[in-house]
Each structure stands twice: as C-alpha cells, then as structure tokens.
Design a protein. Sequence first.
Length: 430
Amino acid sequence: MIEALLGFIAIFALALLRMPLAFSMGLVGIVGIGLTRGWDPALASTAQVVHETGFAYTLSVIPLFILMGNFVARAGLAHELFAAAYAFIGHFRGGLAHATVAACAGFGAICGSSIATAATMSKVAYPSMKKMGYSDSLSTGVMAAGGTLGIMIPPSTIMVIYGIITETNIGKLFAAGVIPGILTALLMMGAIVYMTSKDPEHAPAGKRSTWPERWAALRGIWGVVLLVIVVLGGIYGGLFTATEGAGFGAAGAFLFALARRRLTWAILFQVLVESARTTAMLFTLLIAATIFANFVNFTTMPNDLKEWITHLGLSPVMIITAMMLIYIVLGTVMEELTMVLLTIPLFFPIVTALGFDPVWFGVLIVMIVQIGLISPPVGMNLFVINTLLPKVGLGNIFKGCWPFVLVMIFVLGLLIAFPQLSLWLPSLMK
C-alpha cells in the first residue's frame, strides 16, 4: 500500500510542477511498475497498453461521438434548439433561462461534451438575455449549469471513458443517464422559478408565441430529433452497439451539415482537426491512466482499502455517501477528468465488492463531475464562460452557479436513495 500512496503523492507533486496529467500518471506508473516488478515487465506492460488502446474497436466510439458533436455545432443547430424551446416556454417569467436549460439538454443529446455545450449556448443565449435585462449572475449561472447536462444526457464522453475503464456496458450507461438528466433539467428550471420570483425585474417574461410560430420552430430541429432517435433508439433497442451508433451519428451529422450548406472545405478541415486534437488528448489520458491503474493493482492498496472499509462497520450506503463527499471536495480543487481517472482504480473495486451495480455508480460519477464543472474555484465551465464573456467577471459567474450546485447535490442524494431512477431504463434493454 505504501508504494501506491507514494505514487499518488508523486503525481500531485509533478502536477504542482506543472507537468501535464497524462505525463505525470504515465511516468509514475512506469517507474512504479519498474521498481516493484522490474523494468522489463514495466516496458512490456506499457507497450501492451499503448497497442491495445490504439487498436481497441470499442474505443472508436470516442472520436465518432466527438466528430458528431462538432458537425452538429457547425450545422448551427444550437440556434434552432434555443428558438424552439423559447417558442414554447419563453412567455413564462425567466423564459429565456428556461429555454437555455431546455436547449442545453437537447444539444447535450447530440454533443456529449459539457464544455462544448456551455460554450455554444453562451454564444446563442447570452445576447438575448442581456438584451432583455437578465442579471449577469443568473444568465451565466444558467449557461454554466445547463452545459453540464451535455455529459449526463447521452451520448456522454465521460460515460464512455468510465465504461471503458471499468468494462461496463456503454449502452446501458447511456440509458441510465436519461432519467437523471431530465430530472436535473426540470429541477434546474424549478430553481430558476424560485430565483426569478425573488428578483422578477432581472428575468422578465418574453412574448407568447402563436401555435403556427411554435410549429415553425419545431420544423427547425427535425435533424436533432432524427439523430437522437436513430442513434440512441438503435442502441437502446439493441439494433446496434454504441460504436455502431456513434458511426451512424457521425455520418448523419455530416450529411445534415452538408444539406444545410454549412460545410466548406475549410470548415470540414477545422472539424477534423478539432476532433483529432480532442481524441488525441483523451486517448493520451486513457493510456496514462491505465498504466497507473496497472501499477496500483500490482500493489496491495485495493485489497487493503477493502479490508479497512469492511472493518469500519459502516453500511454500504454510508460508504457510497462518504465516497461522494470525497468527490465533492476533490471537485472544488481538481479538474474533473483528472479526479475520475485517479480515483476509479481505488473506488471501483470497493463498489463492486459491496455488491453495487457498476452502471448505477457510473451515473453517480457523472453527477459528481457535473457538480465539479460548476464548483468554484476550478470548475471548467466557469472558466469557459469567463473566457467567452470576460466583461461579466468570475465573481458574478460563481454567484449564479451556487443554486444549481445545490440542485445537483439534491439529485445526487435522490440517485443514492433511489437507484431505480438510473437503473430502470437499462433493465429494459435487450
């Protein structure tokens, strides 16, 4: 166990020296295996991990979903989603904020990235909210929090990474995120209702759209609906795997962007380069995390932790709750993907030993990541929006996010207390 603890300390020390996480984890993993098992096994193990990761068929789901999201963003569907949501609910107090959450949920269903969702919606929704007199704290808080729906409502990059690391069925993980994602979106809207009732002047109602205007707005999002039905419906119905679904989705998004005449050779090149960069970053992190996880598994830490927790005499639910509290604290000081990759090798064996469903725990992990994305001081969505809207100021963004952090913590509690909220849909899959 001492070797593994020294490994974690070494990673944090290298991180403080500003070494990239992937290099830190990979270096510590290789050196750790070399010192405990020998250098030949360390090099052989590293080569095997790199080869298997690079040629793994299941991992092709990552670049395909990233490509699908980039094509959809370039096709300009975010504007249509926002317009359609506003046409139906814009006449309520805080209607623009409600429409932003709904559009984020819709965009998340075809994007899979929280940061991309938040960045896209900040360009689409903020000008309208600013024009109608919404407070900056409410506007930016809604966009940052709504953006997190991109990783709960499938497809989700975080779910794919979790599924690959833990060898959990990705299709079932996607199904498990649907109800929690919708529930989170509805409760966010409830929080907006509460906030706007206290400060109605800063969140006025918009005009009521006529039914012909609403039907016209719906016609603009037929591509989103079709992609969601084909990709997610096919995966849930057992017609094809998550990887095949990602392939259909990427091809469909490309054809849709082409049909809308939003693709030039220059834009196509940008999409491919952006997708390749993101994929390379994620694959590098996955390879490094796997190398480090192999080192941790070679030590006695996983078994020692299981025995220690068993002797504490706590109930399984209390142990899970304690893990979630640790994650919430870590999420305030550590980047979310880093946190997941470092802790899964430790916590996942404990979760399975306690008899919990890996799919359920995966949804809890995603919810924790959602909380971390908007928790000061290192929430990534906060900095993305601050970069795009520098005049707003981080203080206003922090202020606007806190009510939504509390909403997500409440949803996390519901998911722990009622596992069927996330497990019902997966249980219906073939």
